[in-house]
Write a protein that binds this ligand. Structure first.
Ligand SMILES: C[S@@+](CC[C@H](N)C(=O)[O-])C[C@H]1O[C@@H](n2cnc3c(N)ncnc32)[C@H](O)[C@@H]1O
Length: 244
């Protein structure tokens, strides 16, 4: 499948408007991170270190860094990583691919939120990513993963549209999602206007549609017991695993 001539996914134009758009749509990274910390502490009351994988602009990481002694991030996109580093200058944000990274130290908790794990290429990619994350957990450590929709919940042909005006900036996003094999093909057209003029860009993202059994198998193969909590704050549920 060929991609139209777009800027790279999670490139600088997207990174600049990403949080403003999703906050306007009701996303609260702060509420989500607080809930994740609560769930981690239920299973590991003394947890004092956390790695956020696919940390994006560091919005969850900012909360984690206040709650644990040692918080770190890992992010593939240079534009997203740079924004996380700018936001959190004292927090290490590593350049890496979740499917095979090696930081040389373990954490009490690893998180991978807002469907970051679904940008992998197939079940082998999911297995490799969950394995890499679990390999960075202490025994008894907690792995929290927010999945994309299960296949039966995905709406083929779904159209979304939002406009937000904030701080001298107006941002419009129109999206169209279709089924592409075992993935969602999400095409989003963005138009951004401020005093300097109007810019537009398009992004095409492919998000794998794994089923519950595939996530469970990935956790099990990586040496973790896992529970799935349907719903959660985003509606997509949450997998919470503990390393055996
Ligand atoms: C939807 S964003 C979520 C970012 C962040 N977790 C949040 O809640 O805002 C998905 C992120 O996963 C990152 N990502 C995708 N594939 C990755 C990979 N293989 N390794 C590391 N990061 C990846 C993307 O660059 C992007 O920043």
């Amino acid at each position: 499948m060929t991609l139209p001539p777009t800027v790279e996914t999670f490139g600088p134009e997207h990174a600049d408007v990403y949080e403003t758009m999703y906050r306007a749509r009701g996303k609260s990274w702060e509420a989500e991170a607080a809930d994740v910390v609560r769930r981690i502490r239920e299973l590991s009351p003394g947890a004092s270190s956390l790695l956020d994988v696919g940390c994006g602009t560091g919005a969850h990481l900012a909360v984690f860094a206040e709650d644990v002694e040692r918080a770190e991030g890992l992010e593939f996109s240079a534009a997203m990583r740079e924004r996380a580093r700018r936001r959190l200058p004292s927090v290490p944000v590593h350049d890496g691919d979740m499917r095979g990274f090696r930081l040389g130290r373990a954490f009490d908790a690893v998180t991978c939120l807002f469907t970051a794990v679904n940008y992998v290429d197939g079940v082998a990619g999911l297995d490799a990513a969950v394995r890499s994350m679990a390999d960075h957990l202490e025994p008894g450590g907690v792995l929290v993963l927010e999945p994309w929709w299960f296949p039966e919940r995905f709406i083929d042909g779904h159209v979304g549209g939002d406009v937000v005006t904030e701080g001298g900036l107006t941002i419009a996003r129109v999206s169209h999602s279709t089924l592409a094999g075992r993935a969602t093909r999400l095409e989003a057209h963005w138009v951004v206007a401020d005093a300097s003029g109007i810019r537009r860009f398009t992004e095409v993202e492919f998000l794998m549609l794994f089923d519950e059994a595939e996530y469970r198998a990935a956790f099990d193969a990586a040496g973790c017991d896992v529970e799935y909590h349907p719903g959660w704050l985003t509606g997509r549920g949450l997998f919470v695993g503990v390393r055996r």
